[in-house]
Design a protein around this ligand. Structure first.
Ligand code: GDP
Ligand code: MG
Length: 207
């Protein structure tokens, strides 16, 4: 098999985690379909969305599983964790309770993946557009970031703030953590800034 074929076969699998109503579906819709609606029906089951990208001249599909309702019962299957190369964990900046759940979700990741897993995790605080109602304090965000050594993005699916940056950061660190740099024609010591991500046309389906 030549290198080109090998890179065609790479697909990266991601998962969104966090309490319900923080905007997981919205952030995914914004990234994949460039849309925002005030309401997404909560269908029980896993939604998988696909984003088609070109990374350093290699076509690659990103699969993102959206927990659709299971998070309300904290009943995410072990398989969902196991399948994920990277996970976005989020809360809503205007809802303290969702922030208090962050350590629960992060502990779940390590419990299900094992402490030595190469899973990549990025933290996001969504609804940053809702300035008048922001309640989560700077010092508590810093505490969580430092405790778990996570990169943090402040996002708005509604106003399209930092959404692309959030996903692309997750993609870049996942490529590094999984030792895939050479599959994209990069040197193994390459910096993450050398990972060039561009979008292809979209395709979307539910599974
Ligand atoms: P999920 O349960 O985590 O998937 O959350 P949803 O994506 O269904 O969003 C829950 C509610 O928050 C919906 O009414 C969304 O319109 C709203 N919402 C999502 N993202 C944002 C955002 O960035 N800003 C604001 N103001 N509202 C948002
Ligand atoms: Mg949802």
């Amino acid at each position: 098999m030549n290198d080109n074929n090998q890179s065609q076969k790479i697909s990266l699998k991601f998962l969104t985690l966090g309490d319900s109503k923080i905007g997981k579906t919205s952030i995914l819709e914004r990234y994949v379909n460039k849309t925002f609606k005030d309401n997404y029906l909560v269908t029980i089951g896993m939604d998988i969305r696909i984003k088609r990208l070109t990374i350093n001249n290699n076509n690659i599909d990103i699969h993102v599983t959206d927990t659709a309702g299971q998070e309300r019962f904290r009943s995410i299957s072990k398989m969902s964790y196991k399948r994920s190369d990277g996970i976005l964990v989020g809360f809503a900046l205007n809802d303290q309770k969702t922030f208090e759940s962050i350590s629960y979700w992060i502990e779940q990741i390590y419990e299900n993946k094992g402490k030595n897993s190469d899973v990549s995790v990025v933290l996001f605080g969504n609804k940053c557009d809702d300035k008048e109602h922001i309640v989560v304090k700077e010092e508590e965000k810093n505490k969580i970031k430092n405790q778990y050594n996570l990169q943090y993005f402040e996002t708005s699916a509604k106003e399209n703030i930092n959404v692309k940056e959030l996903f692309e950061h997750l993609i870049r660190i996942t490529i590094v953590n999984k030792g895939l740099l050479k599959n994209f024609g990069l040197n193994e010591n390459a910096s993450i800034d050398e990972i060039i991500i561009t979008e292809r046309e979209n395709q979307n389906y539910k599974a």
